[in-house]
Design a protein around this ligand. Sequence first.
Ligand code: ATP
Ligand code: MN
Length: 453
Amino acid sequence: MRIKIKEILASKHPIGKPVTVCGWVRTLRDQKSFAFIELNDGSSLANLQVVADEKIPGYADILRNATTGASLSVKGHLVESPGKNQALELKADEIRVLGTCPADKYPLQKKRHSFEFLRTIAHLRPRTNTQGAVLRVRNALAHATHLFFQQQGFLYIHTPIITGSDCEGGGEMFRVTTIENTDYAKDFFGKPAYLTVSGQLEGEIMALALSDIYTFGPTFRAENSNTTRHLAEFWMIEPEMAFADLKADMECAQQYLQFCVKYALEHCREDLEFFDKFIENGLIKRLQHVASSPFAHLTYADAVEILQKAPKTFEFPVAWGTDLQSEHERYLAEEYCKKPVILTDYPASIKAFYMRANEDGKTVAAMDILVPKIGEIIGGSQREERLDVLEKKIADHGLSRSDYWWYLELREFGSVPHAGFGLGFERLVLFTTGMENIRDVIPFPRYPGHADF
Ligand code: ATP
Ligand code: MN
């Protein structure tokens, strides 16, 4: 039975126990009568040290073939390591080279490679320390997401990926078609179809029957933005709660973010220590602070005033009614609040039609959560549940009533106050790992000009 390296390093198996371990060679150090092989199987950042001495069958061939990148199966027994880098090592009794790896061709050499270069070899980059750590943290955050919402009694709902309504997307939607011309009546769905930009509207349908739901699925935006925070294909988590107002929404969002950060601190310690050392000094301290202190709160109006008075010149000027740019969002979270901040009550004119109108007639019950280093990580709102108000808002936004017939019927048939938010999963991974570029926290990034692998 093969055992994962992570389990061995966690001392779950006693000294002397015979085990089989498989993995890829990181390095081989030839000491003539014996050799050290650093083996990694992706289960942990740390490698297992394998000691092979010249008495094992086929030793000369193994030395020749167990080069960096080669895959091995090693039968052996665990021994205490005389070295000080590890407590345990594997004394090999038998080594099989499963796949050789020509050293002159293999692109992953010992030196550090740039993240740009690694993106061009997305089929090999998961074998690097950084990508391995990113993917393990990403996995933990996905697990934490389900744990959190399931514990709170939310149902996991699958909303469609192909959608016939271009509700929110405007020009940002990818079209789905099987034809070459533009006669959409003859197309697969008999009308234009798109890749979804959000599962929210369908999520609302579900919340208005099942109370609390969440989605966690792929989301597509054809925005041509070459930034370090945007992808054309990303994953979004969208909870929707019936019988909930903006306050409940903010509460849920803060608890969810803190839960994820705590989960990573508890379950990904080794990887986070790696990021703290090589990617963002002080990462663990920052995460501990996020996990333990309540988020700051500001209204949009207050934020605008703070930005106007800031001892700093921004590229884009701010006035009440302008959309905040990432530089503004980052200033508020990073420098002014020095922690995540929830901004509320945005002008209706810069937010979507479905957000609930406030009493003042100017603002809506929206909330964005801004975090240091990234800016917006969550966008949410209380939804407009009053039929007449919603009809007016649809008209005000220049949208057509008939496109939203079912959305309006939800307000006609047993409407209730409800609220929800969307969190960009890759931004959460950026936030938790300290990585700088969103293209390095998803296995196969899609962005303008890039859809390889
Ligand atoms: P931004 O202003 O940063 O472009 P947005 O306001 O357009 O974001 P929303 O429509 O509110 O984004 O989507 C909800 C969340 O999804 C955002 O808070 C963000 O975390 C994430 N998100 C949005 N667009 C992208 C994208 N292109 N790539 C990755 N994540 C995204
Ligand atoms: Mn937003």
